[in-house]
Design a protein around this ligand. Structure first.
Ligand code: CP
Length: 329
């Protein structure tokens, strides 16, 4: 069990303790204030070098990681994979060794293969590796920013702060995650984070889009989606991932929307206090109706905003922290 990411890597939220997650969330609270300043910069990682390697497309994760590194005063090496020697067939190992030879402290990496971040951490064990999404495996900073956002919103509603609340607001919190669980690294990281913090997690989706085995998953599968919507305090929707072949797992997008889309009609089943979340990018009109996504119950933009302080915390703790309690996975 990893009890702190200080001085280590951030590869997965599986096997990460409540204390380690809270350490990131609490550290991120202090960076929220930095992001509200006119000059949004602190010298915490001055002189450190962060390489940003995105072998797969990204808008939010890449921009917020790079923004986070810059706001901590780190230098950022951003590899444009499409115009790099990767396109000439250079291997992942040679690519990472080449970048390491330039002198780096950390790598933020997204890759289409599950386990790629772990592999890189073995190639360059002296470099801190932060997984920005690996195949269907994990997207740890998404799990952290989602739980951070829920805590922040619930704390505000109760007139307190996330920092003061600790993990208390998660005790018995009812979280429903909906859609393409099978292919979703976001679902895996969200489930790990919510469960570690004490929430009850249920999942809903077509049988073909649920994992073939749920052994070891701290979740239950809902029988009745509409009933589950009325039960939930938080509804986390997932993108239908056409690039991972999701289209062949459902008869059609219309049918998916009819059965599991958060339509305007279904939004009426939710408690007025329920929070609607989506990691983005959204397929508007498929997993979520556009009007639902833009409604006051949706905290999707807040998720994006919080990506910066949460990734600042992840970079700061791994790069500047000491190695006590940390591990490589
Ligand atoms: N949520 C998320 O990972 O979005 P991007 O693919 O735009 O980074």
């Amino acid at each position: 069990m990893i009890t702190s990411i200080r001085g280590g890597n951030l590869l997965s939220l599986n096997n990460v303790s409540k204390e380690a997650i809270l350490e990131v969330l609490d550290t991120a609270e202090s960076f929220v204030e930095v992001n509200k300043r006119t000059i949004k910069k602190v010298p915490a990682l001055k002189g450190r070098v962060v390489a940003s390697l995105f072998f797969e497309e990204s808008t939010r994760t890449r921009l917020s990681f790079e923004t986070a590194a810059k706001r901590l005063s780190a230098d950022v090496l951003s590899l444009a994979v499409a115009s790099s020697s990767v396109k000439k067939g250079e291997s992942l190992r040679d690519t990472i060794s080449t970048i390491d030879a330039l002198g780096i402290d950390a790598v933020v990496m997204r890759h289409q293969s599950s386990g790629a971040a772990l592999q890189v951490s073995r190639y360059v064990p002296h470099v801190h590796v932060l997984n920005a999404g690996d195949g269907q495996h994990q997207h740890p900073t998404q799990g952290l920013l989602d739980t951070f956002t829920v805590r922040q919103v619930l704390a505000e509603q109760r007139g307190t702060t996330g920092l003061e609340s600790g993990a208390e607001l998660f005790q018995g919190l009812r979280v429903l995650i909906v859609g393409d669980i099978r292919h979703s690294r976001v679902a895996r990281s969200d489930i790990a984070a919510y469960a570690a913090l004490g929430a009850e997690v249920r999942i809903a989706g077509p049988g073909t889009l649920l994992p073939s085995s749920l052994e070891g998953w701290p979740v239950t599968v809902v029988d009745d989606f509409d009933e589950a919507l009325a039960w939930a305090d938080v509804v986390g929707l997932l993108r239908l991932q056409k690039e991972r072949g999701t289209g062949s797992f459902v008869p059609g997008l219309g049918e998916f929307t009819q059965s599991f889309g958060l339509t305007l009609e279904r939004q009426k089943l939710l408690k007025p206090s329920a929070l609607i979340m989506h990691p983005g990018p959204m397929n508007r009109g498929v997993e979520i109706d556009s009007r639902v996504a833009d409604s006051s119950q949706a905290i999707i933009e807040r998720q994006v905003t919080n990506g910066v302080p949460v990734r600042m915390a992840a970079l700061y703790l791994t790069i500047a922290g000491t190695s006590e309690g940390s591990d490589n996975d």
